[in-house]
Design a protein around this ligand. Structure first.
Ligand code: NAD
Length: 461
């Protein structure tokens, strides 16, 4: 049993977790399943308080908070619990002709003691979803919630304290100084969700100990609306994905590239949809607020960089910005350089698909890309030419809700992936084992075998 967390330094905490890991207790299927059950029970016990914390920190509506933060986590635990036995089974693989008499398999073993660092935009889900993978894979874990959502951070601590009384999984709250202190330690894996600049800091710290990292980062995710797209559907789905959580979603469409022949129709349709779903945002009671004044000021500065087609209302006291569409963006505007991460949507036009390919491929690989088209050839061209973490055709965001798809970025939008089985694999080391027979011993590899070289050359052609 560990001492209360407040009496432990970070070094002591990790040492104790390591000691616990070495007892082998975390490795059995039964242990992992019980821990996932305890976690779910604890979340259920604290559910009302978590919803309240999400309202306090971000003004999230109960529907949004339950669906995207808590329900998602329940579902991930349910699925993981159901599938874990199968995932843990060593995977038999075939050998080549020189492997006569052998068996080969991949064994999944936990890394050991892992660190999960979470951001503030889905502060509960983005701490819990990786943690489910860490527990399922048999690790001990330290979770560092975001300091920008302090009520949710406290709830994460409470949930973990109730679920894991022996602190084999624990929350360490704090700001970037605490994160820096955590990153200075030796971990067996680091799972970071956050911005690209901080992702680089995390990777640098991990490199000192050669610790493997998963980086779930951000970037500018385009939505492409081609001339043959169903404009009503495109506008509705983009409006939903952009203004959910006030645009503070890593995979929200950052900007739209619409074919110039459909510009007016698209703008009118998205204006209608935005208003139907979110009202003017500022006056809408449960429209998510911007997380803090720094982000509010950063976002409102973008409003002067183009023409406001609709929206543009702001309320600094309430930290609210209306769903806004910007057109005729200034050349070299910051809104087209930075990840927006807020309710402002630049809409740009194009004439030829080639322009889209050139525009997107000359920028860092996005985390997500969304294409609206009714033509297979257009889809194939975009998929062949553009690299991005993941995305949808004729939809937005939904790819990340399918647990059978790996979720992650590429290049500057991240490395590694998770969700479902991919989370289990991300937190496991795949250990390769070849088991040979002693009933016979093929002489071919030994230097004193006369025809060795000849035979080897026959095998390795
Ligand atoms: P952030 O990078 O500022 O912070 C993330 C975490 O890192 C926090 O816990 C914070 O305390 C810690 N941190 C901050 N500065 C640090 C430093 N110098 N050293 C060590 N740790 C530090 O990100 P954020 O503002 O919380 O989140 C927004 C970003 O996260 C956006 O870029 C968004 O796209 C990205 N994001 C990505 C995903 C994904 O799944 N790919 C999901 C959500 C958010």
């Amino acid at each position: 049993m560990l001492a209360p967390i407040e009496q432990l330094t970070i070094e002591e905490l990790i040492r104790k977790q390591r000691r616990f890991f070495r007892t082998q207790a975390t490795k059995s299927l039964a242990f992992r399943l019980s821990m996932l059950t305890f976690l779910k029970e604890s979340i259920k016990h604290h559910e009302a308080e978590i919803l309240q914390a999400l309202e306090q920190d971000l003004n999230k509506s109960e529907l949004d908070a339950f669906t995207t933060e808590i329900g998602f986590v329940y579902d991930e635990i349910t699925r993981t619990t159901r599938e874990l036995k199968r995932w843990m089974r060593p995977k038999r693989v075939r050998g080549a002709s020189i492997h006569l008499g052998t068996q080969s398999e991949v064994m999944y073993e936990p890394y050991g003691t892992v660190l999960v660092i979470a951001p503030w935009n889905y502060p509960f889900q983005l701490a819990m979803a990786p943690l489910i993978g860490a527990i399922a894979a048999g690790n001990t874990a330290v979770v560092k919630p975001s300091e920008l959502t302090p009520n949710v951070a406290q709830m994460i601590t409470k949930v973990l304290e109730r679920a894991f009384t022996d602190r084999y999984v624990v929350s360490v709250e704090g700001d970037k100084d605490v994160a820096t202190e955590l990153l200075a330690q030796k971990w067996d894996h680091i799972f970071f969700t956050g911005s690209t600049p901080v992702g680089k800091i995390v990777m640098e710290a991990a490199a000192k100990h050669l610790t493997p990292v998963t980086l779930e980062l951000g970037g500018k995710s385009p939505a492409i609306v081609h001339e043959d797209a169903n404009i009503e559907i495109a506008a509705k789905r983009i409006a939903w994905g952009k203004w959910m959580n006030a645009g503070q979603t890593c995979v929200a469409p950052d900007y739209v590239l619409v074919h110039e022949s459909k510009r007016e129709a698209f703008l009118e349709a998205i204006k209608r949809e935005a208003f139907t779903m979110f009202g003017n945002g500022v006056g809408t009671k449960r429209f998510t607020r911007i997380v803090n004044e720094t982000h509010f000021d950063r976002l409102t500065a973008y409003l002067t960089e183009g023409d406001i087609f609709f929206g543009g209302q702001t309320d600094r006291d309430e930290l609210k910005i209306a769903p806004t569409v910007l057109t005729d963006i200034e050349e070299d505007a910051n809104v087209m350089k930075d990840e927006i991460f807020g309710p402002i949507l630049p809409v740009l036009t194009y004439r030829q698909l080639d322009e889209v390919i050139e525009f997107v491929s000359s920028r860092p690989h996005p985390l997500a890309l969304y294409l609206f088209t009714e033509t297979k050839a257009v889809e194939q061209t975009v998929m062949k030419h553009l690299t991005f973490g993941g995305g949808c055709v004729n939809d937005v965001l939904m790819h990340l809700t399918n647990p059978n798809l790996p979720f992650g970025g590429v290049g500057e939008s991240g490395m590694g992936s998770y969700h479902g089985r991919y989370s289990f694999e991300t937190f496991s080391h795949a250990k390769s084992i070849l088991r040979n027979t002693t009933k016979f011993d093929l002489p071919i590899r030994y230097p004193n075998f006369k025809a060795a070289e000849k035979l080897i050359r026959l095998v390795y052609r």
